[in-house]
Design a protein around this ligand. Structure first.
Ligand SMILES: [Ca+2]
Ligand SMILES: [Ca+2]
Ligand SMILES: [Ca+2]
Length: 378
């Protein structure tokens, strides 16, 4: 502000009588200055009150003569320049003014929608997923297209539920909520499915292929959940896969600390008639077949129907079962076979994460029950 008044003051010498053109700029600028209520004071005399800004140094040297209302030789202002106050120094201003020449704190570029924030101006970079209009186009930033995008944008660094727009603002797909793991092994993971111990909750996920492909079920925050299958392959950017396994303690049914198993290179391909996953390299069998089975489609429909499993990449049985019944459980539960034999991606096994043993499979095999089993891609 101070700087502007100075510039105006210099300019005002020659135009002090032209109240029509100058009043707007002077009035606005001077209204915030101490003592500016004295309307009879020539504009230039207000300058000294505003000489705290370094840019005013050159102007201030001309100010004493301005009180004579006598233009000094050569410094008169023959033409004024439309300019804007740039209080935050980002090169764009908001408050219009007229000056003889530009000086620090002034700019010819208008449109700064927040002149107190140097990160907000027309054309500013506006990362997806933000909650503030940074580029002054009167629109909030677009939603990010995945959890990985949220991580890159800096607007989604914590684990939690976020709104993503998988095909961007121009696409036909509406934004929807997902759960993102942004902290495990580099983050950027989008949750695709969660099965839980309680059969009544997970029952809803045991569906036909069409239902698996077209219907999202449950809440990404907690409980049984599945993002509809037709989006699964759209969310794989790096072809990375992750299983989060919360083993169930035998004594009180509480959850152990989570284990995380990873796979790379697995290419998901979802079509209207079938789904495959090819090329995954992982230390354990995150999937047990390349082909996907639901109640009506796939090589292991028997597993899904007779064992109350949920749609998954099953062979005849599974080392990772999002849900399975029979042999091991009287009720269908999530279960895995390798947690006491193969370390997870963080180097831990069952004894490292459970203060008491996880619930053992009823037939004494290596299978363990899980309070939740979550599948992510990124
Ligand atoms: Ca500005
Ligand atoms: Ca700004
Ligand atoms: Ca914007």
């Amino acid at each position: 502000m101070a700087v502007i008044v100075l510039a105006l003051a210099g300019c005002g010498q020659g135009e002090i009588e032209d109240s029509e053109t100058d009043t707007a700029g002077l009035g606005e600028a001077s209204s915030s200055q101490p003592g500016s209520g004295d309307d009879s004071t020539p504009a230039a005399t207000k300058g000294p009150a505003a000489t705290t800004g370094s840019p005013g140094e050159t102007s201030s040297t001309t100010l004493p003569s301005s009180t004579d209302a006598e233009p000094t030789g050569g410094s008169g202002c023959t033409e004024t320049l439309d300019a804007f106050v740039d209080a935050d120094g980002d090169g764009f201003g908001d408050e219009p003014t007229q000056v003889c020449e530009l000086s620090e704190g002034l700019t010819t570029e208008g449109g700064d929608c927040d002149d107190d924030d140097p990160d907000v101006y027309p054309g500013a970079v506006e990362p997806c997923g933000g909650s503030e209009d940074l580029d002054c186009d009167d629109a909030l930033p677009a939603a990010c297209q995945s959890c990985a995008d949220l991580l890159t944008s800096g607007n989604g660094l914590d684990d939690g539920v976020y709104t993503i727009d998988i095909d961007g603002p121009q696409g036909s797909e509406s934004p929807f909520q997902v759960y993102c793991d942004q902290t495990t092994s580099g983050g950027g993971w989008t949750l695709l499915q969660r099965t839980v111990w309680d059969p009544a909750l997970t029952d809803a996920l045991q569906t036909t292929y069409v239902q698996w492909r077209t219907l999202s079920i449950g809440d990404p925050v907690s409980g049984a959940y599945r993002l509809r299958g037709e989006l699964w392959d759209d969310l794989q950017g790096l072809y990375d896969h992750m299983l989060r396994i919360d083993l169930r303690r035998a004594d009180d049914g509480s959850s152990c600390e989570p284990l995380f198993y990873f796979g790379g290179g697995g290419v998901l391909d979802v079509t209207e008639t079938g789904t495959t996953i090819e090329g995954m390299v992982s230390e354990v069998s995150i999937t047990n077949a390349t082909e996907f089975s639901a109640t009506d489609v796939g090589p292991s429909t028997d597993c899904v129907n007779n064992s109350n499993a949920v749609p998954w990449f099953y062979a005849s049985c599974c080392s990772t079962c999002p849900r399975y019944q029979g042999g091991y459980w009287n009720e269908p539960h999530p279960m895995v076979s390798y947690v006491n034999a193969t370390a997870d991606g963080l180097g831990r096994m069952e004894p490292d994460v459970c203060s008491s043993p996880a619930e053992a499979a009823i037939n004494g095999s290596s299978f363990r029950g899980a309070n939740s089993l979550e599948y992510y891609v990124r």
